[in-house]
Design a protein around this ligand. Structure first.
Ligand code: SAM
Length: 332
């Protein structure tokens, strides 16, 4: 099927949206201390969660009407979502390989889905912050690191396209960078280091554990040769010892807001225009047969216009974002 995009999705800063992340569930089997800080968040009632059909319909609308080809399924933990396979099969049935599908997972259940994800050409990012089981427990509240490591190995052998995402946390995992780079080299899986963002978290906890790309680079440089290769999308890429490429996503020290091209839809069907903005625009109520596609598309393009500047505004003002919905609710 060839996209007959009618409109481009642009905001008032002139940025074009070409990437949609959809949260399939706000439930997660892990409780990472930085993702769901001490505060208990209220889970969305199950009846409020977008249905399989609604998600497939939304992907089709964003592709057909706005020409969006890049979609990421996230959460919560997307592999916990009932109907995950139906969603992916439904999207592939409607849109074939015209769309790029990716998923972000904590990897605990990846082995069960690896073959399916390979067959349906879904690329996978696995979140992995440590290679030490006790630390894994400290960070996530659960044991399970061995499941993640063996799932990475299994998925890699199947030929699934994988990347690892590591959130860097001072005094938690910042001493493990060499081991993680080594893991990436040995397993031939790209690794991206993500700066800890002040999102719905006790800001003292954030200040305590935030560590910048520069600081990490200084540490790496003490023992390794490091060369900056350039910027790919939102990633800053370096070559370590002439062999391994590592990426940094440094939202805090190098915000990429001016070129941000993404929006999110939460599992209860709200559009979030920026992780640092707390307003969610309900579009679920417009996913009814009596609402014409045209009306839905007008609503989406009107909402997108108001995409805020992003973290860069806080950085320029020297302030920090207030508490809003947690990552599990918005979709990480
Ligand atoms: N459960 C899936 C997973 O673990 O990948 C998907 C959802 S999770 C919220 C997505 C990613 O967001 C994970 O890599 C997690 O480490 C990251 N994340 C959560 N809170 C963050 C924060 N405050 N700053 C940076 N990354 C964060």
């Amino acid at each position: 099927m060839i996209s007959n995009a009618l409109k481009k999705l642009n905001d008032l800063f002139g940025r074009e949206i070409n990437y949609l992340r959809i949260s399939l569930t706000d439930r997660c089997n892990l409780n990472c201390f930085y993702c769901e800080p001490s505060r208990c968040y209220e889970k969305f009632p199950k009846r409020e969660i977008l249905s399989v059909e609604e998600i497939i319909y939304l992907v089709s609308i964003f592709y057909d009407k706005f020409g969006i080809k890049k979609f990421r399924f996230t959460g919560g933990e997307p592999l916990l979502r009932h109907g995950l396979k139906e969603i992916i099969l439904g999207v592939r049935k409607n849109l074939g390989d015209y769309v790029e599908l990716t998923i972000t997972t904590n990897g605990i259940f990846l082995k069960n889905f690896a073959k399916f994800l390979k067959d349906t050409k879904v690329r996978v990012n696995v979140s992995l912050d440590t290679l030490k089981e006790e630390r894994f427990k400290k960070i996530t509240g659960c044991y399970g690191l061995s499941n993640v490591i063996s799932a990475i190995d299994y998925a890699k052998n199947l030929g699934l396209q994988l990347k690892i995402n590591t959130v860097l946390l001072r005094e938690i995992n910042d001493d493990e960078i060499p081991e993680l780079i080594n893991f990436s080299r040995e397993n031939e899986v790209k690794i991206r280091f993500i700066e800890f963002m002040p999102i719905s978290i006790d800001l003292n906890l954030w200040r305590k554990h935030f560590i910048s790309e520069e600081e990490i680079l200084d540490t790496i440089k003490k023992k390794h040769e490091l060369r900056f290769l350039g910027i790919e999308g939102i990633e800053r890429i370096y070559l370590v010892d002439g062999g391994v490429e590592i990426g940094f996503i440094s939202t805090v020290s190098h915000p990429f807001c001016k070129g941000c091209s993404r929006i999110r839809i939460s599992s209860e069907g709200k559009i979030y225009l920026c992780l640092f903005d707390h307003k969610g625009y309900d579009i679920k109520k417009f996913l009814r047969p009596e609402i014409k596609e045209e009306e839905l598309c007008n609503i989406i393009s009107d909402v997108v216009k108001f995409k805020p500047e992003g973290f860069i505004k806080f950085k320029e003002e020297g302030t920090l974002p207030e508490f809003g919905p947690v990552m599990k609710q918005v979709g990480g």
